[in-house]
Design a protein around this ligand. Sequence first.
Ligand code: HSE
Length: 405
Amino acid sequence: MVNIAVLGYGTVGSGVVEVINTNPECINLRAGDEINIKYVLDLREFPGSPIENILVHDFDTIIKDDTVSIVVEVMGGVEPAYTFVKQSLLAGKHVCTSNKELVAKHGPELLTIAREKNINFLFEASVGGGIPIIRPLTSSLTADEIIEISGILNGTTNYILSKMTDEGWDFDKALEKAQALGYAERNPEADIEGYDACRKIAILSSLAFNDNVDFEDIYTEGISSITAMDVAYAKKLDMAIKLLASSKKEDDNFYAMVAPFLVNESNPLHAVNGVFNGIFVKGNVIGDIMFYGSGAGKLPTASAVVSDVVDCVKHINTNISIIWSSKKLPLTNIDEAVFRYFVRIEGRKANRLKDVTDAFGSIEEVVELEGAPDEFGVITDLTSEKNFKERAKKLDGIISRIRIK
Ligand code: HSE
């Protein structure tokens, strides 16, 4: 029997208990041993719940118990999660976590401790909820040099953008609904400003490129300024607005960013809707592959956490090699990246198109919306971010701009 302790009985923690209690036979069969939840740590009381008799309030009980082999950290936030996880690893206990803030900030250090102690620090659930993406990157795609990752990594913002598209809601209404359904936190900043997706792409990029991509270096824009009118233009163009987190290697340059993009109907990410996530990976020999599924939520996320517990039991005396060095990977300034842009401009097309072509050079497409007579939109040619900013300065009346994937 292998004893585990679960730190945190919130949404994911209660999901972990539920998953283990729902599928004990198949989980134990695959693990090759019986998994026993010995403790759940939480400051709150849960009378009448399935964990009533194993609930503890003091982490010391867990760290001092030599019979606990695996600690499951599902508290979220950097502290006290970091202290508890580090202490657990130093005490020789494997750790599985869903905590992307912790992994993005301290991943290399915690992986080093796990390697030195010949145990494991696993974090499948930190990106993509229930979608296997960490294990494919670290264990399956080992024959490839990864050259690009591009994905919808945040379920909450994808839900909001999908509702704005399908129902014609404005941003505030879609956010309110996301909060009512429990997708968005009461303070939704981390999701809507792109910080959550930023940490997730930092983790994936570090694993893909082997060195440490610091999330603080990643250019990040959220979706809070996307309006119903932007969405209406996107529909007219047969595109959808998606918050994309992406990174790529071009020659010796590495780029990473999070921002809303217009995505063409022919791109598989166009069809990723609601709280689902989709992650597109390009390898230099395998070509394109895509991962799709439930990117958030109690049971999908818990399923990924428990898969890590199973992996730890299977490798109870072996460190699973995960390459993520602490050496910082310098990112190329986004000013050098090249995009096409959709730009909304005040005024009537007939009066202003010459100003626009003078500023941007050639224009690929002009689009007008019925019901918006005092503005129009244009799609620029491919141009660098730096050029675009300089050219945009020469033009009055830009309402908004969105990059095109
Ligand atoms: N807030 C996150 C999301 C939860 O909406 O994707 C899963 O990481």
